[in-house]
Design a binder for this molecule. Structure first.
Ligand code: SF4
Length: 426
C-alpha cells in the first residue's frame, strides 16, 4: 500500500483543489497518511497571499529536507500559488522537491502516481465524503486589485460550463454531500467567458433542481460585479443559503481607489441595503485590510464607521503586507508601521466582537436548521444556513443530517443548543 499526505494552506480554492487531488489519488489506490513522515507522496498546496502563509510553507519545505534525507524515495511536490513562472529558480532553491505544480494543475503528479500506483485499482472503494464539499466554478481573476498576487499566480478567469458543474455536483451528492460551496476568486463574474454567457444566477437555478442536495453556497463575491439577478436568485431559490461574503476591504474611497477595487463606499452601502431588502434574514461577511500604504488614522476611522454602521455577521481582518510582484508593492510605500497595523487590527477585532456578540444574542431561543459536519470534544457541530457554527450534544449519530437546534447559549463566535425532538431531513 502506498500513502499520500497533502498539506494545504490558504483559501477555499486550495482546499477544494486538495480535496479533488485526494479523491484522484484514492482512486489510484493510495491511502491518506495522517503523519507526513509515513507518506510516500507528499504534496504541499501553498499560498503566498500573505507573508505569514508563505513563511509557513517555507517552514514545511525545510522540514521536508530531513524527511527526504531519511527516505530518499519519498516524492515531494510543491503545488499552489508559490509555483510561479520561475520554476527553474524554485528547483534550484528546493532540490528535494520533485514536482512543481501550478494551482489546480495536478496532471503531472497524477501521471507519476499512476505509474507508481499500488496494485489496488481493482479493489477501489469510493472515498468517504464530508457532508460539505467545494466545487470550483471559475478559476483565476481578471481584477488585479493592487495588493493581490492571485491574478499573477492563478491566471485569467476561466469558467467551467454549467453542464460540467451539474455533473460534478450530482456525483458529489451521490457520494453523500449535502451542501456544496461554489468557489471562485470572483464568483460574480462566472460565465462571461462561456459561449452563451450564463451568470451565477443561472448556475444556481440549475443546481437548485438537484434532488438530495440540501444547500448551496458561493464564495467570494465582488461588490462591483454583484447583479440584481443574483440577489433575486438568492432570495428565491430555496436551496441557496442566505449567506453572502462581500469583501469591502476599506471604508475610505481614496484607499479603495488605491486598492483598485472599482467601487465606492457609497455604492457598497447601497448594495448592502439592496441585499438586505431582498433577503431580510441574510448574514453578511466581509474582509478588511488595515494599514494599506498611505492609510491615515482618519481613513482608518472611516473603516471603523462602516463596520459599525453595517454590522456584518463576520469580518475577516488582515494587516497589509506587501506581496512582491503586485502593483502596490511596486508603486506604494508600505508606510504604516507594524505596531500601528497591529493596533488597527485589534481595534477592528474588538469592535467586531461586540457586533457579532449582539447579532448572535438575538438568536437565543430560536430554532435553527444545522447541517452536522462532525464531532469535537464529545459535541456535534455544524452550521446554520447563515453560516453560524453551532455545537450540541446528542447520543445518536447525526453526521450529515439536518437537525433542528434550539439556541441556548451564544457567543460572538459560536452558538450552543439542544436538538428539537425530530431530525428534520437526512
Ligand atoms: S478580486 Fe482582487 S483580491 Fe480578489 S482575487 Fe481578484 S485581484 Fe485578488
Amino acid at each position: 500500500m502506498a500513502y499520500y499526505h497533502i498539506w494545504t494552506i490558504g483559501c477555499q480554492m486550495n482546499q477544494a483543489d486538495s480535496e479533488q487531488l485526494a479523491t484522484s489519488l484514492e482512486r489510484l489506490g493510495y491511502q491518506s497518511a495522517s503523519e507526513i513522515e509515513k507518506a510516500d507522496l507528499i504534496v504541499l498546496n501553498s499560498c503566498v497571499v500573505r507573508q505569514s502563509a508563505e513563511n509557513r510553507v517555507l517552514g514545511k519545505l525545510d522540514l521536508l529536507k530531513e524527511i527526504k534525507r531519511l527516505s530518499p524515495d519519498t516524492v515531494i511536490a510543491l503545488a499552489g500559488c508559490m509555483v510561479d513562472s520561475e520554476v527553474a529558480q524554485l528547483k534550484h532553491r528546493f532540490p528535494h522537491v520533485a514536482l512543481f505544480l501550478k494551482p489546480g494543475q495536478f496532471n503531472e503528479l497524477l501521471e507519476l502516481a499512476k505509474a507508481q500506483a499500488p496494485k489496488a485499482s481493482g479493489s477501489f472503494t469510493t472515498p468517504k465524503l464530508s457532508p460539505t464539499a467545494f466545487v470550483t466554478i471559475i478559476e483565476g481573476c481578471n481584477n488585479f486589485c493592487s495588493y493581490c498576487i492571485v491574478p499573477y499566480r492563478r491566471g485569467r478567469e476561466k469558467s467551467h460550463p454549467i453542464a460540467e458543474l451539474r455533473c460534478q455536483v450530482e456525483s458529489l451528492v451521490q457520494r453523500g454531500a449535502k451542501e456544496i460551496t461554489l468557489l471562485g476568486q470572483n464568483v460574480d463574474s462566472y460565465g462571461h467567458d462561456l459561449p452563451d454567457k450564463p451568470g451565477l444566477a443561472d448556475l444556481l437555478q440549475e443546481l437548485n433542481s438537484i434532488e438530495r442536495l440540501s444547500r448551496i453556497r458561493f464564495l467570494t463575491s465582488h461588490p462591483k460585479d454583484m447583479s440584481r439577478k443574483l440577489i433575486q436568485a438568492v432570495a428565491s431559490l430555496e436551496k441557496v443559503c442566505e449567506h453572502i461574503s462581500l469583501p469591502v476591504q476599506a471604508g475610505d474611497d481614496e484607499i479603495l481607489q488605491a486598492m483598485g477595487r472599482g467601487y465606492t463606499v457609497q455604492s457598497y452601502r447601497e448594495l448592502v441595503e439592496q441585499i438586505r431588502f431582498a433577503i431580510p434574514t441574510v448574514a453578511l461577511a466581509t474582509d478588511i485590510i488595515v494599514g494599506f500604504p498611505g492609510e491615515t488614522g482618519e481613513q482608518f476611522q472611516r473603516t471603523i464607521e462602516l463596520i459599525s454602521d453595517l454590522r456584518f455577521d463576520t469580518v475577516h481582518i488582515a494587516a497589509y503586507s506587501a506581496r512582491p510582484g503586485t502593483l502596490a508593492a511596486k508603486r506604494l510605500k508600505d508606510n504604516v508601521s507594524l505596531s500601528e497595523k497591529r493596533r488597527r487590527l485589534q481595534e477592528v477585532e474588538e469592535l467586531q466582537e461586540k457586533i457579532a456578540s449582539g447579532i448572535n444574542a438575538q438568536l437565543l431561543g430560536q430554532t435553527m436548521e444545522v447541517l452536522v459536519e462532525g464531532k469535537k470534544k464529545g459535541k456535534w457541530y455544524g452550521r446554520t444556513r447563515t453560516d453560524k457554527l453551532v455545537f450540541f450534544e446528542k447520543d445518536a449519530d447525526c453526521l450529515g443530517q439536518l437537525v433542528n437546534i434550539e439556541v441556548k447559549k451564544t457567543s460572538p463566535w459560536a452558538l450552543q443548543g439542544s436538538p428539537k425532538p425530530s431530525i428534520v431531513k437526512t
